[in-house]
Design a protein around this ligand. Structure first.
Ligand code: FAD
Length: 594
């Protein structure tokens, strides 16, 4: 299967670098604006990368297909055998994103995400062993390491002689990552001494190289990042954690007791560790997103076969409307997630400086879509799906982690909404002070007001809006109009909410969640339309069905957005909050029909 069969034959033209844009495309949505050049033309990988990618994808496919029966056994046992890890090394799968100069394969972010898609079609745990190494374990070294650090570690990480893990989470610090307690103090020689415990570390038990985050006393208690080898005295690895899913993937605690870390193993600047930790996660999100897309493709394949083969009431169940509806929805979700993940990977590859909101959107959408798809494919197989002989129950269990690690869906939704609204809030604040400032600095004051008034006129009349109907083409004109209309609505509603709540918006989590959901639908929908409209009209079923997916997604998004925007105005938070407070007080459900 080619990397992206639907856009064959197009000339490669990456999205415009962000320097040409004042703000990123997702933030722009909160301003009521669509940055057309960030979506059109839908990106395509260049020929050289594609050739390399096809080879890697094919070898991953061939190798993992041979292990099919073993994946169930390793899941039951809760570990992958060393020979399997050795085969991953031999295939070069630990060097996917490491530059060729350091012995890796040097794939782009898009190429890497596509490989993880393929490995996840076979087994989530296998994919995670590869993914945790590249997406987060050694990504910090790649992004922030010095030449000396890279020369010291990257060749061994590329060959898989060293396997990497990312150590941020602690017993008292999960989503609130800034509260970590692991400490790093300087000794008399200027080296560091690390003390603390990290938990639930993917690859923890098999890794030899850890990116560890710790609080450095010398920089006012700020967080710093360190490159730590397992062989450093004082590093200990706990026993493997028993888990719901991804059971064959290694998850353990990693302890640090007076671990001496050489001064040169500080990663990036002292005190910048939190930013490094978040940059790694943002950059790695397309790996997880690619994995989710691969899982969905596998579920769709399984469901399609099952639906055709299974006969009830004298007919194949694929003939029943309710089964068709599920298969169609799984396909729409997969196409949408794939489009968004691919787009974000290209933002990263094109040198966008800030893609954090877009990456978070693609992670939330793809991981939740995968969870729905795993559940629905199991439902189609029903009783057989529940049994261990078939892979559905394992896929269902494996998918559950996706909305938890590398940022929970809740935290990412808050991040998406707050980051998107912050700029609008800043602008409103500046306008507030400009009104007072107008007599002292008339030019600056009037300038801001004129700019804002211009935006408001744009929003009310939609004049001057960067129209996308032209780019979307006649086949998708009506769908493009939906996204133009509702982008303006999000801009208006952001303004209304910020005026209503001011700074208190940070505590209005219901509103923030609704705003994030609108932004997710808009961003993902624009990716879908851009992709479908960039396909060559070859009169094929594949082309026609892709247009149909775009229509169906647009209609579904329109209904969801309408509902979410209305709910933002209604604001029923207080009743729900009061009910939840009561239930937490009584510690359970107090009613009974007896
Ligand atoms: C299998 C597995 C592998 C993992 N691998 C790694 C790894 O390799 N490296 C690593 O460092 N970590 C890893 N983790 C940890 C993972 O990243 C954390 O579990 C995740 O960040 C959430 O933290 P928590 O589980 O402590 O949940 P908590 O932070 O305790 O959150 C509990 C619930 O409250 C919600 N919540 C929290 N704060 C807020 C808020 N302000 N507003 C609204 N809701 C909120 C959360 O969304 C969640 O639903 C792994 C975890 C698992 C289960």
């Amino acid at each position: 299967m080619s990397a992206n069969p639907n856009v064959e034959g197009q000339v490669f033209e990456p999205p415009k670098p962000v320097e040409n844009m004042k703000i990123g495309p997702a933030k722009a949505l909160f301003h009521g604006e669509i940055t057309q050049s960030a979506f059109w033309p839908f990106p395509k990988i260049d020929a050289e990368q594609k050739e390399m990618l096809d080879m890697v994808v094919e070898s991953v496919d061939r190798f993992l297909a041979d292990q099919q029966d073993a994946f169930g056994e390793w899941d039951a046992k809760g570990e992958q055998p060393p020979e399997f890890i050795e085969s991953l090394r031999e295939l070069g799968l630990f060097g996917l994103i490491i530059p060729v100069d350091y012995g890796g394969i040097g794939l782009s972010n898009a190429g890497y995400s596509r490989v993880l898609q393929q490995s996840s079609r076979h087994d989530s745990s296998a994919s995670l062993t590869i993914g945790a190494h590249s997406s987060i374990g050694m990504k910090g070294l790649l992004l922030f390491g010095t030449d000396t650090q890279k020369q010291q570690y990257l060749p061994r990480l590329a060959s898989g002689e060293l396997i990497a893990a990312y150590c941020l989470t602690e017993p008292g610090s999960g989503s609130d990552a800034a509260s970590i307690q692991t400490k790093a103090t300087r000794d008399a020689n200027g080296d560091w001494v690390l003390n603390g415990e990290k938990i639930w570390i993917t690859n923890g038990g098999i890794a030899d190289f850890y990116t560890v985050f710790a609080r450095t006393e010398s920089a006012g208690g700020k967080i710093s990042a360190f490159l730590v080898e397992r062989d450093f005295p004082g590093v200990s690895v706990g026993k493997k954690d028993g888990k719901l899913g991804i059971r064959a993937s290694s998850t353990t605690s990693v302890g640090f007791t007076d671990v001496k870390v050489p001064a040169q193993n500080l990663l990036g600047e002292e005190g910048k560790g939190f930013k490094i930790a978040m940059s790694i996660l943002n950059n790695g999100r397309t790996g997880l997103g690619g994995g989710a897309v691969g899982g969905m493709k596998h579920c769709i394949e399984l469901a399609a076969k099952q639906a055709v083969e299974r006969k009830q009431f004298g007919r194949s169940i694929s003939e029943f409307g309710l089964i068709k509806k599920k298969i169609a929805q799984m396909t729409i979700d997969c196409f949408a997630a794939e489009s968004a993940v691919w787009m974000v990977a290209h933002y990263i590859d094109s040198g966008y400086s800030d893609y954090s909101i877009e990456a978070s959107i693609s992670k939330v959408f793809a991981s939740e879509a995968m969870m729905r798809t795993a559940s629905e494919s199991l439902q189609i197989a029903a009783g057989s799906g529940y049994m261990k002989e078939l892979p559905y129950e394992r896929i269902f269990r494996d998918s559950r982690i996706l909305t938890i690690f590398e940022g929970t869906s809740e935290i990412l939704r808050l991040f998406i909404a707050m980051s998107g609204m912050r700029e609008v809030g800043n602008l409103l604040q500046e306008i507030g002070s400009a009104v007072g400032d107008i007599f002292n600095h008339p030019i600056k004051g009037f300038g801001l007001l004129t700019d804002y008034a211009g935006r408001q006129i744009t929003h009310r009349t939609s004049l001057g809006q960067d129209r996308i109907v032209g780019a979307a083409g006649s086949a998708l004109r009506d769908d493009a109009l939906i996204f133009e209309k509702y982008t303006l609505e999000l801009g208006r509603m952001t303004d209304v909410m910020l005026r209503r709540y001011g700074k208190a918006i940070v505590d209005k989590q219901f509103v923030l969640q609704l705003a994030a959901d609108v932004a997710i639908d808009l961003f993902v929908g624009l990716c879908v339309i851009a992709r479908a409209s960039s396909m060559p009209d070859d009169d094929s079923d594949q082309y026609r069905q892709a247009l149909s997916i775009a229509h169906q997604f647009s209609q579904q998004a329109k209904r969801r957005i309408n509902r979410n925007l209305r709910a933002m105005l209604r604001n029923e938070d207080e009743n729900a909050k009061s009910l939840a407070t009561y239930i937490c007080e009584v510690e359970g459900y107090p009613w009974d029909t007896l």
